[in-house]
Design a protein around this ligand. Structure first.
Ligand SMILES: [Zn+2]
Length: 270
């Protein structure tokens, strides 16, 4: 097809303009689309990171309804063993534990833990580990006496009453708030070093208990990484009987009793 001269020039300019436009479009797309894409990628990555961090901080996927259900089921079945006693929650004055003598009659503890305690101690004995049970059940009056004695000891060392009380309550619960009053708590020390100090942690006897007590229904009640939740300083010697099912659940999901209770009770009410 033949074209006359002005038509030819016109087509040339249109083609030139279109090429320029296309080049411009490609340039702008490459220059500016890369930035938002990267930003979007970065944003979703950060969100994933945040979620992972949150999950890690919770130490338990609380959103996992299966776990919550299991927790509530265990709680419902073992309410008596899972009674929560702490700084905020006093033991009911009507609570009367069925007690049984342990350690050749030297101490009393809840009859509910008796056979599992025996099994645990004989399990440890299989490794040559022997223990000294320093404390088990305490009456409310006895707890008050212990608190008063400790406070007095610190006052004698020069502290004011308020200072001494604050110091004592870091490790000891006020009367009515000690789970020793339930008969379900035991202070277990290694027999060749029966001192209630953090040095217990270094003893293989204590290490064995911290790793294996859950198999017999006991939990380390005041772990190092839960001090802010339990409001009690780390006590490697204080074990609490909660029954095998709950102990295994708490051990596997790294929950202290307060956390377990929160999932089992508070969340169940909703
Ligand atoms: Zn204790």
């Amino acid at each position: 097809m033949r074209m006359n001269r002005p038509q030819k020039r016109y087509s040339f300019f249109v083609l030139f303009a279109l090429t320029l436009f296309a080049a411009g479009v490609i340039f702008f797309c490459r220059a500016f689309s890369a930035a938002p894409l990267n930003a979007m990628e970065k944003k979703s990555y950060t969100k994933a990171e945040e979620e992972a961090k949150e999950k890690q901080e919770q130490k338990l996927p609380l959103s996992d309804s299966g776990l919550q259900k299991k927790c509530r089921k265990i709680y419902k079945k073992n309410k008596k063993l899972l009674v929560l006693v702490n700084r905020q929650k006093a033991l009911s004055e009507n609570y009367e534990p069925a007690l049984q003598a342990i350690s050749n009659g030297r101490l009393m503890a809840s009859s509910l833990l008796y056979s599992d305690l025996r099994e645990m101690l004989s399990g440890a004995a299989g490794f040559g580990y022997q223990y000294w049970l320093a404390s088990a059940w305490r009456s409310r009056e006895r707890q008050q006496k212990l608190v008063d004695e400790d406070i007095q000891m610190l006052i004698n060392k020069g502290m004011s009453y308020a200072e001494a009380e604050k110091e004592v309550y870091k490790e000891t619960q006020p009367a009515g708030h000690s789970e020793h009053e339930t008969g379900l708590a035991l202070d277990i020390l290694c027999s060749h070093n029966p001192e209630m100090t953090l040095a217990q942690e270094q003893e293989p006897e204590n290490q064995w208990l911290r790793e294996n007590s859950w198999k017999y229904g006991f939990i380390l009640r005041y772990p190092k990484d839960k001090e802010e939740i339990t409001e009690i300083s780390y006590e490697p010697w204080h074990f609490r009987y909660v029954g095998k099912e709950a102990a295994e659940f708490m051990y596997r999901h790294n929950l202290c009793l307060e956390e377990f209770y929160q999932i089992a009770v508070n969340r169940a009410i909703k």
